[in-house]
Structure formats: C-alpha cells, structure tokens
Design a protein around this ligand. Structure first.
Ligand code: GLY
Ligand code: MN
Ligand code: MN
Length: 421
C-alpha cells in the first residue's frame, strides 16, 4: 500500500517543479468503448494515480501556483444514488475531503467554473499533451505557454520508492505462480488460449485484478510474431511456447517471459538456442549497476547474440561486420528492455532535457529481455532452428551495489523448467 503521506510528498515535489504563476491539470482517463454501449474496464490514468492514488473516473487534480505557494485541488464525482446503482459506489466529495490532504475537493461538474477563478495565474499551463480532454484544451489560449506534464511526472516515476518496490515484488510473486502453473500444464492442454485462461485465472485467484498487458501465449512459429495476442492455435507436441505474461497488482506491473516446451522436454536444437539466449541474458543482467547506460546493455546484447548466432550457424561471417550491417536485427529486432512500474512500458523518459541518455540509478526498475526469432520459412538458417522463437525476460531493480533480479525465483534454466513439467 502507498500511504497518503507518500502521495503528499509526490504532490509537493511536483509543485516545486512548477513555474511561478502556473496551473497544472492532471485528469483521469476516460472510459473506452469496446463496442456500441459496452466499455472496457476503467483503468485510472497512471499519472493521476501516481499523485493521489484515486481510482475513480471523472476526476482531476489541479495545482495552482502563485508566486511560491501552491494550492492543490481535487475534483471528484458527486454521490448519485441512481447512477451508483448501475456503476457502483463512489467516494463522493465529503469522504474525499477526509481521505486526501489537498486544499479542497469539488464536484467534477464545477470544473469549468472553478478553473476560471484560478486562471489569474495566466503564466504556464501544464497538462498531458496526449490526453484529449476538450475541457483542458479549451483553456490553452488563456495562457502564455503550455508545458507537457508527462515527462515531468515520468521523470519522478523513474525512481521507485520502497512501497512501490514492494508492490512490484507482489505482482512478480503472483506472476511467478502463474508461469510455474503454465509449466506444469503445458502438456495437458490443447490450445494456446486454454493456457492463457489458466494464467489469467491464476492472476485473479492470487489477488491481481488484471493483467498488465495482453498475455502472449505463442506456440512454435507464432513466437516469431512479436506482439502475437491471438493465442488461438493448437499446442503442438515437440514445439516451444513463448509465454509473455504479467499481472498488474495495485496498479504496478510485472512483465515476465519464459519459453517452455509443450511436451515438457526441450529437443537438442531447442536447448542449444535456449542456452545461447539465456547465457546472453545472464551476462547482461550481470552488467547492471548505477551509472551504466541502457543503450550499452543493448549494444552488448546485440554483440553477444550476434556471436551466438554465428556459433550456431544462423549468421555467417565476421561478427563486427555483421553488427555493422545490422544483420542480427533480422533475428533480434527489438531493444534489450524498458522501464517498468505503473505502466508495463513505464512512461518515463530515456533522455534528459539536454537529450542525453539517462544513466541507470538506484531505484529504477527495467526489464531485460534478449531474444532470438527464427522464422519457419527462413531457408538461410539451419533447418533444426526454423520455427523457433525464444525470449527470456526478467524484471530488474537497480540497487546501490548493482542490481536485484526481482524475478530470479521463476524457473528459467531448461533443467528447472523441465523439472516443473
Ligand atoms: N510484454 C511486453 C514487453 O515485453 O515489452
Ligand atoms: Mn517487456
Ligand atoms: Mn514482456
């Protein structure tokens, strides 16, 4: 649990970053239509959640900064018996005043009127440029300049607090159970979606309301489609299944990939390829420490994977030349990993204001996910590797001394995985 005290601290920090005579508006996300009159489950905007932990829709936080002092206001939906019958209980204004240590709480309906009162600030308007809230866009013309709030809060979100790390650990603990369950079940089910259902059932059963992203359960050649989410093919004995699945716990993500054999045993060729990727993953994780650049980790993963590809006969030639010509990208087209937190691809910057890459620091969390994708119809590679896609992904916390692999206890070597099958 994140305490109100921590949210207050975050709001104070944010207020310090605002210019004098400015207004900042952070709105809730809006409900998304699935089709006709049905909606996707509502999920709060991560930045609003980061600053106050409020989960309801039609809400906003408004910061009004005069010279030095900043006042913080909150807008929430008012109690409404008729609507609450349909969509569930709302906190309401009175309770919100008790719960949140802000200067005042108003009804969402009063947003336009109240904002007008505070617009004497007139200097800078901060809002999320990617949010298409018409009420906010209307205000733009009344200010001298506008600034995007997203990179400012994104930067704050880069360093995780102890409480945030606990929630990420909990998300990973639940995800561990689900991956281990998948390892025991893979040979007993017929279709990818059955395995997906077992994984997502286990998320909910263990207290995680949602997945952090759509689970990928890709058997055989399907693993070579990076964002394969159809999960509708048969599980074929003798093939591998790439499972990229992670739950969200109290808004914090986990993001784990394991590649496991349908029949419980890796073939020699699958093992050769798997061990090569695993060796690279372990070496990259070992490099993690404060001060290193993520791009350095990526470059090292490209080099190591390219060397591995040459050893296994997937690429032919001199590693340096192959890397220069980017030949490896055909088999490893994505990056080594990404920030993770309130969003699976956490919305934090990779570069600072001067466009310089941000170095890894204590408290950051990132994924490490090297991979190799060998397409079924690729006649340039040894036959035994065709139709195999392997990715191995863990979630890593940067510590003072180096790193902590938060998902280290999820079975990962071929031996560990076979033992669970
Ligand atoms: N699950 C998405 C990713 O690994 O980045
Ligand atoms: Mn990832
Ligand atoms: Mn993933």
């Amino acid at each position: 649990m994140i305490q109100e005290k921590e949210y207050m601290l975050r709001r104070e920090l944010f207020a310090q970053k605002m210019a004098q005579f400015s207004v900042a508006i952070i709105g809730s996300s809006s409900t998304q239509t699935r089709s006709n009159d049905t909606e996707y489950p509502f999920r709060q905007d991560s930045n609003l959640y980061y600053l106050c932990g409020f989960k309801e829709e039609n809400a906003s936080l408004v910061f009004v900064k005069k010279r030095k002092k900043t006042e913080v206001y909150m807008f929430v939906q008012k109690k409404d018996k008729r609507l609450e019958l349909w969509t569930g209980s709302r906190l309401g204004i009175a309770k919100a005043k008790e719960k949140f240590h802000v200067d005042d709480v108003f009804c969402s309906d009063a947003f336009d009127t109240k904002i007008k009162e505070w617009m004497s600030a007139k200097g800078v308007l901060y809002y999320d440029f990617n949010q298409s809230d018409a009420r906010v866009k209307k205000l733009v013309k009344h200010f001298l300049t506008c600034k995007n709030i997203a990179p400012i809060i994104g930067k704050m979100r880069l360093i995780k607090s102890d409480a945030e790390i606990q929630l990420i650990k909990k998300a990973i603990a639940i995800t561990k159970e689900t991956h281990h369950k998948a390892m025991t079940l893979s040979g007993k089910l017929d279709f990818e979606y059955e395995l997906q259902a077992e994984i997502e059932y286990a998320f909910k059963k263990n207290g995680a309301y949602s997945d952090a992203y759509t689970s990928i359960v890709a058997c055989g050649n399907s693993a070579n489609t990076l964002h394969y989410v159809n999960n509708d093919k048969k599980l074929v004995k003798g093939e591998l299944i790439l499972i990229d699945a992670g739950c969200e716990y109290e808004y914090y993500a986990s993001d784990i990939t394991r590649t496991i054999p349908v029949s419980g045993r890796y073939s020699d060729a699958q093992k050769e390829l798997y061990d090569m990727v695993l060796d690279v993953q372990l070496k990259i994780i070992e490099m993690i420490q404060p001060g290193i650049l993520r791009s350095k980790l990526h470059q090292a993963s490209e080099k190591l994977l390219c060397e591995g590809m040459v050893k296994l006969g997937i690429l032919k030639g001199d590693v340096k030349k192959l890397l220069k010509k980017a030949k490896h990208k055909k088999y490893y087209p994505h990056g080594i990993g990404h920030w993770m937190g309130l969003d699976v691809h956490d919305a934090s910057p990779y570069k600072d204001k001067k466009n310089k890459e941000i170095k890894l620091q204590e408290g950051m969390v990132l994924t490490i996910e090297p991979a190799i994708y060998c397409k079924k119809d690729d006649t340039k590679i040894p036959k035994k590797f065709r139709g195999i896609g392997i990715r191995i992904e863990d979630d890593i916390l940067v510590t003072k001394e180096g790193y902590e692999n938060l998902s280290a206890s999820i079975a990962k070597t071929t031996q560990e995985i076979e033992n669970l099958s």
